[in-house]
Ligand binder design. Structure first.
Ligand code: HEC
Ligand code: HEC
Length: 198
């Protein structure tokens, strides 16, 4: 009990204020202060599941997910900082995306909701949810940057990204053509949904 009391009385050194400070100096330039990046190849982080965000930062740090940009940044983060950063970005409101190419998005909608024969019928919505809001294991995709989505699908396909549970994404992306990747990314860019359930 004495230990618990001491902990409760300790100053809250790792909280939202600490997260804001780290974000403004280390993350905002690329991901936006509120996690809504404006750069097509920098992912939006707003509204992504905290569990997913923390997992990615840990895996960039230990090299399980490879990125020349994020590796060195994540290696410097302490576990406590990862926790507050994940909570911070998860609590931000995702900015709505938009569709630029309607016929392409229509093609993507079929793939997203119904799957396609070569993928053995696996629809994206069966894991990432019909509205793209995702779950703790299967990340939010709604309104994500289209260029980033295509890039990740390509990396799963060529085995450069291998940190997916059970290699499901490597198998699924491995059966997609580049045109199918672009189509599904166009649909995802325009998907808007309520914030991720946490
Ligand atoms: C110089 C630009 C830059 C900075 C600064 C930066 N990032 Fe990133 N971030 C990227 C890029 C590019 C990617 C995609 C990398 C890849 O291909 O895996 C990324 C990916 C991520 C992802 C994975 C997102 C997903 O959807 O899987 C997380 C989480 C993340 N960054 C968090 C952070 C945090 C937290 C900070 C600050 C401590 C930060 N980033 C600073 C450019 C940046
Ligand atoms: C069987 C479940 C499952 C299905 C079906 C599925 N995914 Fe995934 N998806 C995952 C998992 C697991 C991850 C990786 C989580 C991690 O890295 O921790 C993931 C990650 C992703 C990412 C990376 C997100 C990011 O922010 O970096 C994209 C993009 C993606 N999936 C797109 C799709 C698309 C498009 C489809 C349909 C063609 C699809 N997924 C179908 C389970 C699934």
């Amino acid at each position: 009990m004495a230990v618990l009391a001491a902990l409760a009385a300790a100053p809250a050194f790792a909280g939202p204020d600490q997260a804001k400070q780290i974000v403004s100096t280390n993350c905002a330039a690329c991901h936006g202060a509120d996690g809504n990046s404006h750069q097509p190849t920098f992912p939006k982080l707003a509204g992504l599941q905290a569990e997913y965000l923390a997992k990615q930062l840990e895996e960039y740090g230990d090299g399980k997910r490879k990125s020349d940009i994020m590796g060195p940044i994540a290696r410097k983060l302490k576990p406590e900082e990862i926790r507050v950063l994940a909570a911070y970005f998860s609590a931000q409101t995702p900015a709505p995306g938009s569709v630029e190419d309607n016929p392409l998005a229509e093609h993507g909608k079929k793939i997203y909701l119904q799957g396609y024969s070569d993928a053995g019928g696996a629809s994206c919505s069966s894991c990432h949810k019909p509205d793209g809001s995702g779950t703790d294991r299967f990340p939010r995709l709604a309104e994500q940057q289209r260029a980033y989505v295509v890039q990740q699908l390509k990396e799963f396909k060529r085995g450069a990204r291998t940190n997916d549970h059970g290699r499901v994404m490597q198998v699924i992306a491995g059966r997609m053509t580049e045109q199918e990747m672009k189509a599904v990314a166009e649909y995802i860019a325009g998907l808007s949904s309520a914030q991720a359930r946490r």
